[in-house]
Design a protein around this ligand. Structure first.
Ligand code: NAD
Length: 294
């Protein structure tokens, strides 16, 4: 059983605290909303009157707060975590904030000898309540290992992504892909509906293809991830199909904003000589080249 400080008892934090209490840990909690603190006291936590008080005497201190500025203020502001946390304790931020905001907080805490881990969370508040959140974790291996038992109380699929801030980076990448897939799915479905296709039928078909299953586990492993240009499906043919969808959408007066931008990138890829390559490898090579990424 560990003494844990926990700050930020909203949609996510309240469920997570309950799971830590269920795991046998002793929680001292703080939130600027008194009702949120009272809820956790009713669940078995001790109330703290500030972030500093929640951090005092704790072996590990968690924050689950809305944005980076609030996290920074909660750590370094008056009566903040930095004033109360012991040098033996580890600070874990689980909020979704920028990697650079995370690294900045970590650097400042390191100056006073305190270690930090970032562990942003995947899935929703329903999973936080059920204890099935996912975690993308950044920090030194030794620090990550120390906080692992607590993360395991709150979730599953816990991935150590690399040094401090890489949890935030992977979370941001994941959410970016997810948000854009959400929009492009809506665009495609709207095109189908406007052109007279049935929604359930489209779902039945798309559920069996990379469009519905996602590329990372279907088309990418053998081609883009292996940097193999030999085509399972040629980029120029995908470019042609994209053009067909955009023509059909123009006829049906359906906006395909994502598709329009996508076609320009396919054009760039083709013009750069990737047209006869596999569509996934050609696109990945093109975007990595534009991004100067390896
Ligand atoms: P929330 O708004 O429900 O909870 C935030 C809590 O922080 C509130 O209880 C609020 O009173 C408290 N708070 C705000 N400012 C404070 C301060 N200065 N001092 C003390 N307490 C303060 O938000 P949430 O949904 O729990 O999300 C928290 C973080 O988790 C966000 O970064 C969010 O992007 C991320 N996240 C949310 C979900 C989700 O499904 N809700 C999923 C994954 C990640």
């Amino acid at each position: 059983m560990a003494k844990i400080g926990f700050i930020g008892l909203g949609q996510m934090g309240s469920g997570m605290c309950r799971n830590l209490i269920k795991g046998g840990h002793q929680l001292k909690v703080y939130d600027c909303a008194e009702a949120a603190v009272q809820n956790m006291v009713d669940a078995g936590a001790e109330a703290a009157t500030s972030a500093r008080a929640a951090a005092e005497g704790a072996e590990v201190v968690f924050t689950m707060l809305p944005i980076g500025d609030i996290v920074y203020q909660t750590v370094f502001g008056p009566d903040g975590i930095a004033e109360g946390i012991s040098n033996d304790a580890i600070y874990v931020d689980m909020s979704t904030i920028l990697p650079e905001e995370t690294r900045n907080i970590g650097r400042k805490l390191a100056e006073q000898g305190v270690a930090m881990v970032d562990a942003p969370v995947g899935r929703t508040s329903a999973h936080a309540v059920a204890g099935t959140s996912t975690f993308m974790v950044g920090g030194d291996k030794e620090h990550v290992q120390r906080v692992m038992p607590y993360l395991e109380c709150m979730g599953e699929c816990i991935t150590h992504c690399g040094p401090l801030g890489t949890g935030a980076t992977v979370k941001l990448v994941n959410n970016y892909i997810s948000a854009v897939c959400n929009l492009v799915t809506a665009e495609g479905m709207a095109l189908g509906l406007a052109a007279g296709a049935d929604q359930d039928t489209m779902v039945e078909v798309i559920s069996q293809t990379p469009a519905g299953l996602g590329h990372i586990k279907t088309t990418w492993p053998a081609k883009a991830l292996a940097d193999d240009p030999s085509p399972a499906f040629m980029l120029d043919l995908a470019r042609k199909d994209l053009g067909l969808a955009l023509t059909a959408a123009a006829d049906a007066k359906v906006p395909l904003a994502t598709g329009s931008v996508t076609r320009e990138i396919y054009n760039i890829a083709s013009a750069a000589g990737h047209g006869r390559e596999d569509w996934t490898t050609g696109i990945y090579r093109t975007v990595k080249h534009l991004a100067n990424a390896t």
